[in-house]
Design a protein around this ligand. Structure first.
Ligand code: NAD
Length: 239
């Protein structure tokens, strides 16, 4: 018996949360602009100056807590009534969760959690709390933000590839597709998987069959795409 709901996978990046007030990586004047990535988001930075790293993520956590999901996050949550939806996000914020999406894989970690700096499998909820030097895991090691830094392996990459490889529809929102290995996920799709990219910029380096680009703001173009996918349902494909 065939599946009655098509599998729809979303890959989201910083651009989907930009209109919620969380600056993207490459935004001028944003938080990332005030810091050198190598000084705050690498294992070497953590070795050199853990206090600066904690301070950077404490500020980002404050901004995430104040932010609200926008119409793009909400429209994607609405899709779950019509499709079997999985969200693979590069974002460390929790705006997809707060919008009501259920199946969310955080490829690059979650800012509202901390992990043991010795055993990365020990992850705890810290919600709104600031992390400080001296905050320890249950086995006595310093806690660090539960985020994947540049130069670190992406532990959930294999799970993400499996999810994307089963998609009938793949929707990419607000990612420059510059950060690897996440950018490789487009190549994992089935041949006849329908692909959509929503971004402020036209991503001219991406050439695929079955690809439609929705250029513009995520808060406008994602709800439009969602409406279209609801009005004209896409049937499951085995290829
Ligand atoms: P990126 O900054 O490389 O690219 C953002 C993309 O979003 C760009 O292509 C840009 O054109 C597009 N964009 C910006 N504003 C938009 C809008 N309003 N509507 C539609 N598109 C818009 O981000 P990335 O590809 O996600 O990679 C950056 C890395 O930084 C990721 O690992 C991500 O985890 C991290 N990051 C996360 C957050 C967050 O959690 N909210 C914020 C900044 C950076």
């Amino acid at each position: 018996m065939g599946r009655n709901k098509s599998r729809l996978v979303v890959l989201s990046g910083a651009g989907i949360s930009a209109e919620s007030g969380l600056g993207t990586f490459r935004d001028k004047g944003g938080l990332w602009d005030q810091y050198d990535i190598n000084e705050v988001a690498t294992p070497e930075a953590w070795e050199r100056n853990p206090e600066l790293v904690l301070d950077f993520y404490n500020k980002r956590r404050e901004l995430v807590i104040k932010a609200e999901p926008n119409p793009a996050h909400l429209a994607l949550a609405e899709l779950e009534k019509h499709y079997d939806v999985n969200i693979v996000t590069q974002n460390i914020d929790d705006l997809h969760e707060r919008a009501g999406s259920k199946n969310i894989l955080h490829l690059h970690g979650e800012i509202l959690k901390a992990q043991c700096s010795y055993d990365p499998t020990e992850v705890i909820d810290i919600n709104g709390a600031h992390l400080k030097l001296g905050d320890l895991s249950s086995n006595g090691y310093q806690l660090r933000p539960h985020v994947v830094w540049f130069g670190e392996p992406v532990p959930l990459m294999f799970d993400a590839e499996k999810i994307v490889s089963e998609a009938d529809i793949f929707v990419v929102v607000g990612t420059s597709l510059n950060v690897y290995p996440a950018a490789n996920l487009l190549y994992t799709c089935k041949k006849f998987c329908k692909k959509y990219i929503v971004d402020l910029n036209e991503l001219s380096n991406v050439k695929f069959n079955n690809l439609t680009q929705f250029q513009g703001k995520a808060t406008e173009r994602v709800p439009e795409l969602v409406d279209e996918l609801i009005k004209n349902p896409i049937i499951p494909t085995t290829l």
